[in-house]
Ligand binder design. Sequence first.
Ligand code: ADP
Ligand code: ASP
Ligand code: MG
Length: 412
Amino acid sequence: MSLVVMKFGGTSVGSIERIRNVAKIVEKKKDKGHDVIVAVSAMSGETDRLIGLLKEITPDYSLREYDQLVSTGETACIPLVTQSLLVDGYDAISLTGLQIGMETDIAHSKARILNIRGDRIKQAISEGKIVVVAGFQGYNVETGDITTLGRGGSDTTAVAIAAAVKADVCEIYTDVDGVYTADPRIVKNAKKLDTISHEEMLELASLGAKVLQSRSVELGMNYNVDIMVLSSLEDKPGTLVTSKEDKNMERIVVSGVTSDKNQAKITLLGVKDEPGVAVKIFIGLAEANINVDMIIQNVATEDGKTDISFTVPKTDLIKAKAACEKLGKDAGVQEILSDENISKVSIVGIGMKSHSGVAATMFKVLSDNQINIKMISTSEIKVSCIIEEKFTELAVRVLHSAFITEKQNGQL
Ligand code: ADP
Ligand code: ASP
Ligand code: MG
């Protein structure tokens, strides 16, 4: 007998019929003698619907009220799943983030988990119950306020619970049957991976592959939780995300191609080129809880001025521009420009550590397809380029074709 965490995403619980299907999958696991904790998302479309309502009132909404509102999507879903189990004759209980003691910091809309008390989960499990937990939501002990873990955060709820209760496995059920070499909705011949390392999956997820929220992979890596990505719609083998060694991993140069349209570029014109200026701006942005990604500073002109460009999530653009207006005064910023029509395309692979020329090939493939590169960033296991948003799908396809399809056919 083992302890299993099973997470079901929005599409998997998108209708009562689907919820009944989820109950059957959970019951099968329970019938095999396992203890089961289920984490669920809101029904598909519900989180977007709620955010839409808030935006009808104002685009500049309070993040506390946002959390209070969007957390209800998951709160409404757990009794439906639980009731389905109860009518089938299984003992089950639904619990919210607050009820399981999911303690987070106070960064509303993207809170980080600090601790899970988990006593109620353990109690219910010891009574033989299936525990159905609301994903995505937590609360801050100091303020007593509800928080949420960022879009896609139910994955993180599941992995965090798996780590806290020392579950044997964390299964993430979704609408695809595993992790692919690219989003299968964009690249039709993308290939399903049997296994992928936490390290590579973390890069892919951080760079836009929304099949897993990046924080869930980070937790999996830090607490050594293996994550199995599976389909809730078909009974097929999935993809194991693990840190266990796989001899083949290093031989593959590029494991995946991904893209992220939630990017915007800000350019500050006329910044004073002197020590301490960049610090002021970027510390200010960090204090406003804005994640800055790529940063480029131009060579200074003779009058000691320079331009700095950087990217932020599109969802933080209004906040980031407001912060720059405030911070920029001291730094002599003359003008603030922004561009929302950009996206980031990336290639990821552990094998890059030991192969040269990967970035050059990526630039060539993009240029052969007349795609202009606006910004570049690299790490040991990834290369990312900012391009015009309208070329996103084309870029993903041509990069997948060059680095993965042709490679399989021995052409690269
Ligand atoms: P859930 O609602 O179950 O959390 P998500 O919509 O968040 O599901 O994530 C699943 C989606 O992730 C898939 O439908 C797929 O389009 C997308 N996706 C993006 N990149 C990948 C990839 N590399 N492999 C598999 N799916 C991917
Ligand atoms: N319901 C939340 C969202 O849509 C969390 C999740 O689905 O994981 O982002
Ligand atoms: Mg998701």
